[in-house]
Ligand binder design. Structure first.
Ligand SMILES: NC(=O)c1ccc[n+]([C@@H]2O[C@H](COP(=O)([O-])OP(=O)(O)OC[C@H]3O[C@@H](n4cnc5c(N)ncnc54)[C@H](O)[C@@H]3O)[C@@H](O)[C@H]2O)c1
Ligand SMILES: [Zn+2]
Ligand SMILES: [Zn+2]
Length: 367
């Protein structure tokens, strides 16, 4: 079949919306009609070359839709199922999956960067030339063929646009706060970077019962959105920001600080806002060659912890189930995170908004 999709041919862009050929799903694969797809900064990292990706590819890794056709031997999903797409499916048998660290699955993490589906081939092509699958799911398209293991069924009452965001930004931010930050009732939590991931960390901190949630961003437009999603305070990311956090915490520092931008200078400086014995979570991703320096003597004496946090920081399939349930119970206002909807054809407008940093999440709405 022919589909309209967003392709990236070379680092630096531009991205293009074009007609591509999409093959039928093979063994263990399904065809998904995308209902919605989010614009995550990781896609922008692929465009800018900040992170590598196999090119040319169809971008997008935060999507949800309906299964409209299935290949042979598909057992876990049926035509008509509504699914969120999970970019690190667990193999269930590797060292990590057996130790309940499914998001670190050897198979899953290797496969996302291969640019192919499970059998090492692509279903997408242009004039007979194969196009790579970004993160194995390439959601910036009208339809996409994915492995059935990438599909996580969602309840009928969860809108595709909400499920799409749960598929990356929300799972990532909530996981950073709850799984890696281990935010507890009464904690003071700082989230640096109020984008899709950071605002989801704010929602996660609230779910975990934090008493004070301080959102920090260089865009003042993020104040009201941060507060709608659960932040008690907003601090402009200027020179005084860390000082302000220290003042709020009587000079002690916050129990948990989450860096959700991916900038070494922020990873370095915000360690000073973590209290002795507290935790600093790095969830924003710098480029592969960036280096972050810390003063180790002080780090040791103050017994701070720095933790990386990847995707849901737990089994992502289970996280998608739990986050859909929390949304339906009214405990996770994911819909408020969506501040702009665009058509696939207007992808550049969406990317410009993402880079400007004024939106919560921009969504490609196909439904
Ligand atoms: N660890 C993971 O598994 C994982 C998953 C998804 C995304 N990410 C990464 O998380 C980061 C954030 O992604 P996103 O989609 O939320 O991005 P986004 O573009 O939606 O948000 C980034 C926010 O950071 C703010 N910002 C930029 N510079 C700042 C500064 N100096 N101080 C304070 N705020 C600043 C921007 O104004 C914006 O609000 C990216 O690096 C992305 O690649 C990591
Ligand atoms: Zn993402
Ligand atoms: Zn595994």
């Amino acid at each position: 079949m022919q589909v309209r999709a967003v392709t990236l041919d070379s680092v630096g862009g531009p991205v293009r919306v074009e007609q591509l050929d999409l093959e039928e799903p093979r063994h263990g694969e399904v065809l998904v009609k995308l209902g919605a797809s989010g614009l995550c900064h990781s896609d922008q990292h692929a465009i800018s070359g900040h992170h590598g990706a196999e090119l040319p590819c169809v971008l997008g890794h935060e999507g949800a839709g309906e299964v409209v056709s299935i290949g042979p031997e598909v057992r876990t999903v049926e035509i008509g199922d509504r699914v969120a797409l999970n970019w690190i499916p667990s193999c269930g048998t590797c060292f990590f999956c057996l130790r309940n660290q499914q998001h670190l699955c050897s198979d899953g993490s290797q496969r996302i960067w291969s640019g192919y589906l499970l059998d090492g081939t692509s279903r997408i092509s242009r004039n007979g030339q194969p196009i790579f699958h970004y993160c194995g799911i390439s959601t910036w398209s009208e339809y996409m063929v994915v492995a059935e293991v990438n599909c996580q069924r969602i309840p009928d009452s969860v809108p595709f646009e909400v499920a799409a965001l749960i598929g990356c930004g929300v799972a990532t931010g909530v996981g950073a706060a709850i799984q890696r930050g281990e935010v507890s009732k009464g904690d003071v939590v700082v989230v640096v970077g109020a984008g899709g991931v950071g605002l989801s960390a704010v929602m996660g901190a609230q779910l975990a019962g934090a008493e004070r949630i301080i959102s920090v961003d260089r865009e003042l437009a993020k104040e009201s959105l941060s507060k709608e999603l659960g932040a008690t305070d907003f601090i402009y990311a200027g020179e005084q920001a860390i000082e302000e956090v220290l003042t709020i915490t009587q000079g002690r520092g916050a129990d948990v600080v989450i860096e959700a931008v991916g900038v070494p200078a922020l990873q370095e400086s915000w360690l000073a806002a973590v209290r002795r014995g507290g935790t600093f979570v790095y969830v924003g991703i710098p480029s592969e060659t960036d280096v972050t320096k810390i003063f180790t003597a002080d780090f040791i004496r103050s017994e701070k912890s720095i933790k990386g946090s990847y995707y849901a920081a737990m089994d992502s399939a289970l996280a998608i189930d739990q986050l859909c349930a929390a949304y339906l119970e009214g405990r996770l206002p994911v819909d408020k995170l969506i501040t702009k909807r665009i058509a696939l054809e207007n992808i550049q407008v969406g990317l410009d908004a993402l880079v400007a940093g004024e939106q919560g999440r921009v969504i490609i709405a196909n439904e």
